[in-house]
Structures are given as structure tokens and as C-alpha cells.
Ligand binder design. Structure first.
Ligand SMILES: [Fe+2]
Ligand SMILES: [Fe+2]
Length: 354
């Protein structure tokens, strides 16, 4: 099995028997002759990642650095809470949540573009030919960014979530305020309409060094990968929730499109989780060369980066997102005559943020 791939190979689409469209727009990926979904850029990418994972496992190493247990397992609003809103025609909260999911998917591409194109060989003692690490800046990160925000005429995850929103909620009006005062800040370099709330803008906590003596660009890259991995793992919770809510025909105008598209996105995200886990697991087996020539076990850098990423993404940030959602839901419901009664019904269906 080959462990070395060109950029073109890692970006190549498999042969599709059928492309996917929505509202006349081309979505990425497609179906094979049997109707099975084939992710975009997966002609070689899946086999490549599998090969690198098998190489690690064969050497007796772990292939994952983070498990799903690091992710908070509650989601607000709960499935039942979301359904009571939609059954009562209160679509604003759901339209807002789905808009934010799409925006955050797009942020992924901007986050990836922030990673400086460093040569990992300069920072590692052992050779890395034939590893996932060696292919990060040679196709893998570019393919990931394309998956999140599209390439050329093809829509990526951001536009796919907007399509799910519009299909399931029957083209809800998208208010300008859905893009402002967000609980999540866009990465530097983002040029779209989204604007963060003041309290969501962290003053470059990633800029403070984690470990003394590690090249700052190298450390930033590893921390960026760990952060994106945590966000990807958290996204699975969101997808499960969205699929359960939008598969209910009392809550969704187009459950079939919603379910199939969420499922396609989930399949694409598994690729992201797998290659990030693999690259970080590889680094855990290697030795980092510090700027003064001394060395550090890669496992120490990976553990520190993962710890910091989990701390940043859970805790305050997570609570802020939930509080934002609850405030919006209350505002929307209080504009209705039966608002108080609906809020009581909503609150009784599950915990609400403090
Ligand atoms: Fe995505
Ligand atoms: Fe992703």
C-alpha cells in the first residue's frame, strides 16, 4: 500500500455516477452507481489516511489522541425543546442555530488558512516520509478547507447547512441580526458577514506560548490542529441532534433532504477527524527539536495542545453559546401572544442555561 501521495491525488474526486444539487447549485461529493455517498476529494484520501493509521497501529502506537469523552454530551435546546418550538411555528431559533452552524463550518477554512506553511522536517528529529504529517501541507489541509467552504462552483459544508436550513424550515427569512453579536468569533482573515459579540473575542490566547523553546509557528500549527479536532468532535453532537429534530416531518418540510445532507456532511467530517487524529498520533511518537537544539517528546507537545484546545472549546465558551441560544429563544417567544405559556412548556422539557 502506498503511503506517499501527491497533492493532486489527495484533492482528486472519485468517479461519481450522480452529482448532488439543491436549488440549482452543485454540492460537493456525489453518489456511486449503487446510490452510496462518495465524499469529495476521496479518490485517494481515504486510502491514504487508512494506510497511515495502519502504519501507526502496526508499530504498536495509538491512532487517536482524543476520544469523544472530552466533549460535553448535552445539547441545548434538547431534541424535545427544539421540536416544541418548530411544532409551534417558532422557527427563528432553529434558523439562527443552523445559520451559525453554517458560518462556523466556513470559519474552518479560514482557520486552516492561518496555519503557516512550515516544513515539519525542520522541527522533528526523525524522518517523516510516508506519514500523514508529511502530507498536511501537501493536500490534506487544502482538501479539508475545500470541504468546509467549497471550491469553485461547488458548495461545501457552509452552503450545505444553509441549504438544509432553507429546505427543512421552508425558506425562513434570514435576518441580518443572525450574523451579528455571535457567541463565536471568526478567525483572523475571515471576510464574510459574521461578527462576534464583544465577549466572544479572545485576545489571542493562542499566541501565548504553551511550551518553552518550541518554534512558535510549529506550536501554533499543532495547537490549530488540536483545536480543529475538538471542534470536529463537538460537531458530531450537533449533527446527531439536528438529524433527530429535522427528520421529524412535524418539524421539517423536507426531512429527506435534511437527513441525507446531514449524513453526507457527517461522512465528510469523519475524514477530518481521522486525519487530524492520525497526524497528532504520529507526532506523539516523534521527537520535537526545540529552537536551542535540545529536544522534547512530541507526546508532551500533543498532550499540552489537546488540553489547551479542550479547555478553550468547552467551559466558558460553550456556556456562552448556550446562553446566547436561550436568550434568543426567549426573545422570539416573548413576541408572541402565547409566549409565556410556550416558554413554560419549553423550560419544562429539559434543563435551560443559567
Ligand atoms: Fe464541516
Ligand atoms: Fe470538518
Amino acid at each position: 500500500m502506498s503511503l506517499t501521495y501527491t497533492r493532486d491525488q489527495l484533492l482528486a474526486d472519485p468517479p461519481f455516477a450522480q452529482r448532488l444539487r439543491h436549488d440549482g447549485r452543485l454540492l460537493h461529493g456525489g453518489l456511486d452507481a449503487a446510490g452510496q455517498y462518495l465524499p469529495p476529494r476521496s479518490a485517494h484520501r481515504l486510502a491514504a489516511i487508512r494506510g497511515w493509521r495502519e502504519q501507526l497501529a502496526a508499530a504498536g502506537h495509538l491512532t487517536d489522541v482524543l476520544g469523544p469523552e472530552v466533549i460535553p454530551d448535552d445539547f441545548f435546546p434538547s431534541e424535545e425543546q427544539a421540536k416544541v418550538l418548530l411544532r409551534n411555528g417558532a422557527r427563528g431559533a432553529m434558523a439562527r442555530i443552523l445559520t451559525l452552524i453554517g458560518l462556523v463550518e466556513g470559519f474552518g477554512n479560514d482557520g486552516i488558512k492561518l496555519m503557516p506553511p512550515i516544513d515539519f522536517r525542520d522541527h522533528l528529529v526523525e524522518p517523516i516520509d510516508g506519514t500523514c504529517l508529511a502530507h498536511l501541507h501537501a493536500g490534506l489541509l487544502e482538501a479539508h478547507g475545500n470541504d468546509e467552504s467549497g471550491r469553485g462552483e461547488e458548495c461545501g459544508h457552509d452552503q450545505m447547512w444553509f441549504a438544509i436550513r432553507d429546505a427543512a424550515l421552508d425558506r425562513p427569512e434570514i435576518l441580518p441580526e443572525y450574523f451579528t453579536n455571535l457567541p463565536i468569533a471568526p478567525p483572523p482573515g475571515y471576510e464574510g458577514p459574521a461578527q462576534a459579540a464583544p465577549e466572544a473575542i479572545s485576545v489571542g490566547s493562542m499566541m501565548e506560548p504553551l511550551l518553552d523553546g518550541v518554534d512558535p509557528f510549529f506550536e501554533l500549527t499543532i495547537r490549530g490542529m488540536a483545536t480543529i479536532l475538538v471542534i470536529e468532535l463537538m460537531a458530531f453532537r450537533t449533527f446527531e441532534w439536528a438529524a433527530r429534530v429535522l427528520s421529524d416531518s412535524a418539524c421539517s418540510v423536507d426531512p429527506d433532504f435534511a437527513i441525507s445532507t446531514i449524513d453526507h456532511i457527517r461522512v465528510d467530517e469523519e475524514i477530518h477527524v481521522d486525519y487530524l487524529q492520525t497526524a497528532l498520533a504520529e507526532l506523539s511518537t516523534l521527537t520535537v527539536r526545540k529552537t536551542d537544539g535540545s529536544t522534547l517528546p512530541g507526546a508532551e507537545l500533543v498532550a499540552a495542545a489537546c488540553r489547551s484546545a479542550v479547555d478553550n472549546q468547552t467551559g466558558d465558551r460553550f456556556d456562552r453559546i448556550l446562553a446566547y441560544r436561550y436568550a434568543q429563544i426567549r426573545t422570539e417567544l416573548l413576541e408572541r401572544e402565547d409566549g409565556e405559556q410556550l416558554i413554560a412548556e419549553f423550560d419544562a422539557l429539559g434543563p435551560v442555561p443559567a
